[in-house]
Design a protein around this ligand. Structure first.
Ligand SMILES: NC(=O)C1=CN([C@@H]2O[C@H](COP(=O)(O)OP(=O)(O)OC[C@H]3O[C@@H](n4cnc5c(N)ncnc54)[C@H](OP(=O)(O)O)[C@@H]3O)[C@@H](O)[C@H]2O)C=CC1
Ligand SMILES: N[C@@H](CC=O)C(=O)O
Length: 425
C-alpha cells in the first residue's frame, strides 16, 4: 500500500482541524485515494506551546525539515499572512511539491504568481478553503459552471461579521461582546480588524471575481467598508423597513468594467441572504446558462475550514494517483478594467441629525436634486427640543454623486451630523 506524505504549515484553528481529520479519516483514505495518508511534519512558530493530542515528534520550527524532505509530496499551508507563507509556497512548488492553502490574504494579492509557478512545475495549487470556509465555491465556479458567462457574484463571506451582526440584531448584544465571542469560537482572524473592517471579505471577493470573470482582480481593487459604524439605531431602522443589515461582498461584470466592493447593506428580510445567520456564509452566482445558483454553509471555524482544505488534499492525492497534477491552472484569460467605486451605482439609507425648523427638508431635497440623487423615502423623528433625526432613502445613484451631495449637505448649518450611510441591496 502506497503512503502519501504531507506536511502541515501551522497548527492553529485550521491546522488542528486538518490534523484531526487526517487521523479520523485514516481508515477510508485507502478507498478514497488508493493510498494511506501520513502527516510527516508540522511547522509551528512556538515549539513550547502545549498541543493536546498531537504527536510531538512531528513538530518542527525549521522549514528545511520540510522543503528538503523529498518524501513530502503535499504541503498544506494553514499558517496565514504574506511572509513567510509566500516564500515557503513558492519553494515547495518549485521543489515539485503540491500545495493546498487557505491563505486568502496571500492569494488575493499574489494568486496569479502562485498559480503560474504551480503550472510551470506541473504541480497543483488548490485553495478552496480560502473563500467561505466549508462551502464549495472555487471549484464549482472553475469547473461545474465553467461554460457560463457569470455576471454577478454576491455573498456573505465573513463568518465573524455575520456572527456579530446576528447577535446585535437578534439579542441586542454589544459589538465588542459579540466580537469577543467570535474570537473565542475561532472564526476571527489573528487581527480581527481584517474581519470587522471588511478586508477579509474584500480578499475573498477579489478571489471570487477573478475566477468568475476570468480576469485578474486583486485585493487593492476592492472598495471595502466594515461594520464598525453600525449602531443599534441603524439595526432598529432596518427592522422598521422589513430588512436586516448584512456585510455583503458584491461583484458585477458590467459592459463598462468589473465592479467589486464590500460594505454593510440593508437587505429585505424576504431575500434568501437575509436569513443567513451566525457564522454561516452564502454566495449567489448568476450565470447565463445556469441562471441563479446559491451556495450556503459554514464559512469559518476549525472543522468547516479543515473540511475544504481536506477536499483539496484528497483531490491532489487523486491527481497523484493518475499522474495528472497541474491540470487545473489559472483561468484569467481576459484583461477587464475594474471600475472606480465612484462610478458604481447604489441605493443609500442616510440617517442624519438636523435642526428642527421649517425648510430643512426642502433644503436637503434640493441638495440631493442638484446631484442627481432621487429620494424614495423620508422618515423624520423629533429627538430633542430643537433637533430631529432625518432618514432619507434614495434611488440607485453613482457613488460619486452621493459623495458630492453629502459634502454639500454637511456645509448646511441645519445639518448637525450625518450619523449613518448604509447601502441598500
Ligand atoms: N480560522 C478560520 O475560520 C479560517 C481561517 N482561514 C485561513 O487559514 C489560515 C490559518 O488560520 P487560523 O488557523 O485561524 O490561524 P491561527 O492563528 O489559529 O494559527 C496559525 C498557525 O500558524 C503558525 N504560524 C504562524 N506564523 C508562523 C511562522 N512564521 N512559522 C511557523 N508557524 C507559523 C502558528 O504557530 P504557533 O501555534 O506556534 O503560534 C499557528 O499554529 C489563515 O490564512 C486564515 O486566513 C481560512 C478560512 C477560515
Ligand atoms: N475570519 C474569517 C475566517 C474564515 O475565512 C471569517 O470570519 O470568515
Amino acid at each position: 500500500m502506497k503512503t502519501v506524505k504531507v506536511a502541515i504549515l501551522g497548527l492553529g484553528t485550521v491546522g488542528s482541524g486538518v490534523y484531526k481529520l487526517i487521523q479520523k479519516r485514516a481508515d477510508v483514505m485507502e478507498k478514497t485515494i488508493g493510498a494511506q495518508m501520513e502527516v510527516k511534519k508540522i511547522l509551528v512558530r512556538n515549539m513550547n506551546k502545549k498541543r493536546e493530542g498531537v504527536d510531538a515528534s512531528l513538530l518542527t520550527d525549521n522549514w528545511n525539515d520540510i522543503i528538503e524532505d523529498e518524501e513530502i509530496q503535499i504541503v498544506i499551508e494553514v499558517m496565514g499572512g504574506i511572509e513567510p507563507a509566500k516564500t515557503m509556497i513558492l519553494e515547495a512548488l518549485r521543489a515539485g511539491k503540491n500545495v493546498v492553502s487557505a491563505n486568502k490574504d496571500l492569494i488575493a494579492e499574489e494568486g496569479h504568481v502562485l498559480l503560474a509557478t504551480a503550472e510551470e512545475n506541473h504541480v497543483d495549487f488548490l485553495f478552496e478553503a480560502a473563500v467561505a470556509g466549508a462551502i464549495p465555491i472555487i471549484r464549482p465556479m472553475k469547473q461545474c459552471l465553467a461554460v457560463n458567462d457569470i455576471s454577478e457574484v454576491v455573498g456573505i463571506v465573513n463568518g465573524t461579521t455575520n456572527y456579530i451582526l446576528t447577535k446585535m440584531t437578534e439579542e441586542g448584544m454589544d459589538f465588542s461582546d459579540a466580537l469577543e465571542k467570535a474570537q473565542e469560537l475561532g472564526f476571527a482572524e489573528a487581527d480581527p480588524t481584517s474581519d470587522v473592517e471588511g478586508l477579509d471579505a474584500g480578499r475573498k471577493v477579489a478571489i471570487m471575481a477573478s475566477i468568475a470573470f476570468h480576469s485578474r482582480v486583486v485585493f487593492p481593487n476592492v472598495f471595502t467598508e466594515g461594520i464598525t459604524k453600525i449602531t443599534a439605531k441603524d439595526i432598529e431602522y432596518a427592522k422598521e423597513f422589513d430588512s436586516v443589515i448584512k456585510l455583503l461582498g458584491v461583484a458585477h461584470n458590467t459592459e463598462s468594467g468589473i465592479e467589486v466592493g464590500v460594505y454593510p447593506m440593508m437587505i429585505h428580510k424576504e431575500h434568501p441572504l437575509a436569513s443567513v445567520r451566525d457564522s454561516f456564509n452564502a454566495v449567489f452566482v448568476h450565470g447565463d446558462a445556469a441562471d441563479d445558483a446559491m451556495f450556503y454553509g459554514r464559512g469559518a471555524g476549525e472543522f468547516p475550514t479543515a473540511s475544504a482544505v481536506m477536499g483539496d488534499v484528497i483531490d491532489v492525492a487523486r491527481n497523484m494517483a493518475y499522474g495528472c497534477n497541474g491540470r487545473i491552472s489559472c483561468t484569467c484569460y481576459k484583461n477587464l478594467p475594474v471600475k472606480d467605486i465612484g462610478d458604481v451605482k447604489n441605493k443609500f439609507f442616510i440617517r442624519m441629525q438636523v435642526t428642527n425648523e421649517p425648510g430643512v427638508l426642502a433644503a436637503v431635497a434640493e441638495v440631493f436634486g442638484n446631484h442627481k440623487v432621487s429620494i424614495t423615502r423620508v422618515v423624520q423623528e423629533h429627538t430633542q427640543p430643537h433637533q430631529a433625526e432625518l432618514v432619507i432613502v434614495t434611488e440607485s445613484v453613482k457613488e460619486k454623486y452621493m459623495k458630492q451631495a453629502l459634502e454639500e449637505l454637511l456645509a448646511l448649518p441645519s445639518i448637525l451630523e450625518v450619523s449613518s450611510i448604509i447601502r441598500e441591496y
